[in-house]
Write a protein that binds this ligand. Structure first.
Ligand code: EPU
Length: 347
């Protein structure tokens, strides 16, 4: 068994702070505080946290890298964060990672060690636990395609639970952790199955065009990771420079009949076929058609290179971003008769 532990030699103790600023914990760069902030570094600590929480600590917000979060006010409750950081290779194609491990470090490990299937999920911000809640996805791959099982501590009982992929009920940007199980579990680890056979997925969007521009016919996994990173970096703002949470909205899935009506009106409208009765339409395209690309409302704005991304131009409050979000939703509803919903967790 190969192992990679990130625990310092000096024994760490659980972080437990009062009136704690979440500025460092959300990529939107919103300066909000929470009443209590707890970070646990082991499964045992997660169990201790489950046991010590009382009604006075609620509501609870379980946070990953904060890359999919918009805080609209100070959080009048407890924020829980996993500091469980390890990656171990269990056998030829399975790896098990702590929920606080940085997702892109998982992808890097896989690419460097001949484990294939995660390349297209390169440089998605965030951590392993949140990735399993959100079912992160990009360029035709979703993390549910790789997840075997999820380990968690049940907050109510402190018991350790193991969930299979099927039990998590994954679908596009959804899982049971976001719905029926919301706020019930502290995810501690995720096990993934990769492949030792390299079968790159190159057919999504402009991957092939980007490879052709570099005169690469058949990329190595490292080259594919580089190209994916370049495509993302060209469209998605760096949160260190411009606060944002990646795609702000989910791409709406509409009945085929609705799609056909719109396609007749808007020639060349991009779409992805889901099944014989549903089509997915890029929200970024809908928002751009409404004239919002690059436009601002106060200190919140729509990114000029990808209209699906809302940005904080500096000092925006969460409410300003929500106001912009609602205005865009209204305009898309008026123009297309389509409801677009935030992917970002608004608190
Ligand atoms: N488009 C526009 N205008 C825009 C943005 C997009 O016309 O401002 C059009 C593009 O030309 C293209 C289509 O919309 O025809 C799709 O655009 P893109 O490939 O950039 O992907 P997306 O559907 O906008 C989704 C994910 C991204 C992921 C990319 C690539 C969601 C909500 N978003 O975006 O995920 O990186 O596909 O797979 O599904 C994230 O979740 O934070 C994220 C960045």
């Amino acid at each position: 068994m190969q192992g990679k532990e990130e625990r310092s030699t000096r024994e760490k103790t659980m972080t437990d702070r009062k009136d704690y600023s979440l500025l460092r914990h959300n990529t939107f760069g919103i300066d909000a505080k929470c009443k209590r902030f707890i970070e646990y570094d082991t499964v045992e600590e997660a169990q201790q946290v489950a046991q010590m929480l009382t009604e006075a600590d609620r509501p609870l917000l379980i946070l990953g890298g904060g890359s999919n979060l918009l805080l609209t006010a100070d959080y009048d409750g407890t924020v829980l964060h996993s500091g469980i950081r390890f990656l171990e290779q269990i056998d030829e194609c399975h790896i098990r990672c702590g929920s606080g491990y940085v997702w892109d470090d998982v992808v890097a490990y896989c690419v460097e060690n001949g484990l294939y299937g995660a390349e297209n999920l390169s440089i998605i911000p965030g951590e392993v636990g949140a990735g399993a809640v959100q079912n992160i996805g990009a360029y035709g791959v979703e993390v549910k395609d790789l997840i075997v099982s999820v380990e968690a501590v049940e907050i109510e009982t402190g018991r350790i639970r193991h969930f299979t992929n099927a039990e998590c009920e994954y679908s596009y940007r959804q899982s049971k952790f976001k719905h029926a199980w919301q706020g019930r579990f502290l995810i501690t680890a995720v096990t993934y199955k990769l492949s030792t056979t390299y079968a790159p997925k190159l057919d999504y969007g402009n991957i092939r065009a980007a490879l052709a521009a570099k005169q690469i016919d058949f990329p190595t996994a490292t080259e594919l990771r580089e190209v994916i990173s370049e495509i993302r970096n060209a469209k998605l703002p760096d949160p260190k420079v411009l606060g944002n949470a990646g795609s702000f909205f989910m791409n709406p899935i509409v009945p085929t009949q609705k799609y056909n009506e719109l396609a007749r009106q808007y020639e060349g409208m991009p779409h992805y076929t889901i099944d014989s009765e549903h089509e997915k339409i890029p929200a970024g395209w809908l928002i751009e058609q409404c004239g919002w690309k690059g436009k601002a409302m106060g200190r919140a704005a729509v990114h000029d290179k990808q209209a699906l991304v809302l940005v904080n131009r500096g000092g925006a409050t969460g409410s300003e971003v929500v106001h912009l979000c609602e205005t865009i939703q209204h305009d898309v509803r008026q123009k297309f008769g389509i409801e677009i919903n935030p992917e970002v967790n608004i608190r």
